[in-house]
Design a protein around this ligand. Structure first.
Ligand SMILES: Nc1nc2c(ncn2[C@@H]2O[C@H](COP(=O)(O)OP(=O)(O)O)[C@@H](O)[C@H]2O)c(=O)[nH]1
Ligand SMILES: [Mg+2]
Length: 346
């Protein structure tokens, strides 16, 4: 029997882990029940700090996310981890990091971990990720850490869901080049040079600094350097200067400083009004994506048997361009809806 959305929400709100897991599965399905569940939990949302953690595979995102969650726990706060991996679930790196994560975080009721199935999500990955984050926010997690692989467009989209975006780099992977190419640095609020125990970490850091200067986007090195030199960090366009911090995700060195910076970023966003602006933007984004999805589904569901194939045939015959066909289709649909009659074009 399919779960009752109201029951699931009520149980998840009491802290029931099994109900929470089932609720997440439900909202990922994007069915009517999923929409009902999201609507029920929505009034309880709006309290979590959402942090996106992105970067190339193998840079240490999963390891860092675990350490960050543990640092959060030491503050007496709770963290939910959403691991979004658009690659195959059978790629070694992701599995390894996740296994370590399971061992380190298992049994702590203040940490919840969820891997997101990313393939085949209707309306795109960010729609389901946002839905999952809403649920975790609604049931009261203080922090939502969203780990995504930095491959280009996907994580730029994910960045629109986060208040704070952490970009992870590491030596030996050529990521500084990759990151710049993919435009990942554009979305960074903090940059971590992880694996500082490995040779080449300083070179990675220098490459990053150079990339920022070339892009005329100010960044600065970690706090200790600034304190020593007394240099006041430059200010970026939006008024936030992007720190480059060194971490070691194995022994956790530097992770306390990362959380301190994320908290500073929160204060900055709140005081500048950007926190609220991001919230508004995110809800608008979710609304528009849902609207597109709902309109398309409503149109498609109303089509009689082979009407869609007919449309494709017109395209294949080059009888009409895709753009013109889309316009005519919508016009015909609207006219049909108004007259409550046939809602497809023939
Ligand atoms: N030496 C070293 N290895 C690290 C560090 N952080 C992560 N690793 C290792 O790098 C590999 C990839 O880490 P993982 O967290 O799965 O990276 P992800 O693919 O970005 O999530 C694993 O073998 C980690 O143990 C670090 O700071 N130093
Ligand atoms: Mg990972």
């Amino acid at each position: 029997m399919p779960p009752n959305p109201a029951d699931l929400v009520a149980q998840a709100l009491t802290g029931n882990r099994l109900a929470l897991a089932r609720l997440l599965t439900l909202v990922e399905s994007q069915t009517d029940s999923a929409i009902e569940a999201l609507n029920l939990i929505f009034p309880a949302t709006g309290n979590a700090h959402r942090v996106g953690i992105t970067g190339a595979p193998g840079t240490g995102k999963s390891s860092l996310t675990n350490k960050l969650a543990q640092t959060i726990r030491r503050r007496g706060e709770t963290a939910a981890i959403l691991a979004v991996d658009p690659s195959s679930p059978f790629t070694g790196g992701a599995i390894l990091g996740d296994r370590i994560r399971m061992r380190e975080c298992a049994g702590d009721p203040g940490i919840f971990i969820r891997s997101m199935a990313s393939r085949g999500a209707l309306g795109g990955l960010s729609l389901t990720t946002n839905a999952a984050a809403e649920v975790l926010d609604g049931v009261g997690f203080d922090w939502i850490l969203v780990e995504t692989v930095g491959t280009g467009q996907a994580e730029v989209e994910i960045a629109s869901l986060a208040h704070t975006v952490i970009v992870v780099e590491a030596p030996g992977l050529g990521d500084e080049i990759q990151a710049i190419k993919a435009g990942i640095l554009e979305i960074a609020d903090l940059i971590l040079v992880n694996k500082t125990d490995q040779p080449g970490a300083l070179r990675t850091e220098s490459a990053l600094m150079a990339a920022f200067h070339a892009a005329e986007r100010p960044a600065y090195r970690h706090h200790s350097d600034i304190d020593q030199s007394g240099i006041i960090p430059p200010t970026s366009k939006d008024g936030w200067s992007i720190p480059i911090l060194r971490t070691n995700a194995i022994d956790g060195e530097g992770v306390d400083a990362v959380l301190a910076r994320v908290l500073e970023h929160r204060t900055f966003l709140q005081e500048s009004g950007q926190w609220q602006a991001k919230e508004t933007q995110r809800m608008q984004h979710a609304f528009e994506q849902s609207l597109r999805h709902a309109l398309y589904t409503a149109w498609h569901d109303a089509l009689p048997g082979d009407a869609y194939d007919d449309l494709l045939r017109q395209l294949n015959n080059r009888a009409i361009s895709p753009q013109q066909l889309a316009r005519q289709t919508v016009q015909a649909w609207l006219t049909g809806s108004k007259s409550e009659s046939n809602r497809h074009i023939s």
